[in-house]
Ligand binder design. Structure first.
Ligand code: GCO
Length: 261
């Protein structure tokens, strides 16, 4: 039986893959045979990340570009296509978060989060879609969030972006399935990363709250996302379109339970 999850011969581009969840997913794609291309925007972080990939025996190709700038994205995609090959798998992972009460949030901050977390996945997807259509196939995976389904204090911009990203995923799936392009999403629950460190340490109440609210009773480990991203990047998901696969330890499955007295 052919290995449905084998990514050999496929070029995978992961945005924001110099650290955190992006790096874990990128590592997993490479370990399943993909040729790995990573995006970042900070030269020092890229240099450090490429060393970490190399230490794992992964020959990652690094490209520095701003995913919110369509001109730069188009230039970068054509450079990658010339130097590595056309992109078979795109993981739109790059994102930012700003935790500010809605009534205090500057419109510029709101717009910045929407730009990075929602507009840039559209820019990236549109930019790779042409070559995917030409070769009649491709995989696009958008990294959504619990905030694609739920609100949380201080996250108005982030939830608006991630809720929009869920619907963008469904719409691109609708428009591009006819080209054999599968567009899906992954919704990570609460993971132990740099991005969540402000709400995990120094006695922050969110740490215990998340552990209680998550049926699995713990924060996720970034490697817990590898199975989902390999599945959605592989032949195994050729008839899966417009789905958001939540990897959340069960948070979205439950209303939670009362604190035991
Ligand atoms: C927060 C967290 C979340 C997680 C993730 C959950 O402040 O609530 O940062 O946003 O990062 O998005 O899926």
């Amino acid at each position: 039986m052919k290995n449905l999850f084998d990514l050999k011969g496929k070029v995978a581009l992961v945005t924001g893959a110099t650290h955190g969840l992006g790096m874990a997913m990128a590592k997993g794609l490479a370990q399943y045979g993909a040729t790995l291309v990573i995006n970042g925007h900070t030269p020092s972080k890229m240099e450090e990340a490429l060393k970490q990939y190399a230490a794992l025996g992964i020959d990652a190709k690094g490209y520095l570009f701003d995913v919110t700038d369509e001109k730069r994205v188009i230039e970068a995609i054509s450079k990658i296509e010339a130097e590595v090959g056309s992109i078979d798998i795109l993981v739109n992972n790059a994102g930012i978060i700003k935790r500010i009460p809605a009534e205090e949030m500057e419109i510029s901050d709101f717009r910045n989060v929407i730009d990075v977390d929602l507009v840039s996945p559209f820019i990236m997807s549109k930019s790779v879609s042409k070559s995917m259509m030409a070769k009649r196939g491709g995989k696009i995976i958008n990294i959504c969030s619990m905030m694609s389904e739920l609100g949380r204090d201080t996250l108005s911009a982030y939830a608006a972006a991630k809720g929009g990203l869920k619907m963008l995923t469904r719409n691109l799936a609708t428009e591009w399935a006819r080209h054999n392009i599968q567009v899906n999403g992954i919704g990570p629950g609460y993971f132990a990363t740099e991005q969540t460190s402000p709400i995990r340490f120094n006695g922050h109440p969110m740490n215990d709250f998340i552990i209680e609210r998550t049926p699995a009773g713990k924060w996720g480990d970034p490697d817990d996302l590898i199975g989902a991203v390999v599945f959605l990047s592989s032949k195994a998901s050729d008839f899966v379109n417009g789905q958001i696969l939540y990897v959340d330890g069960g948070i979205l499955a439950t209303i939670g339970k009362p604190r035991t007295a």
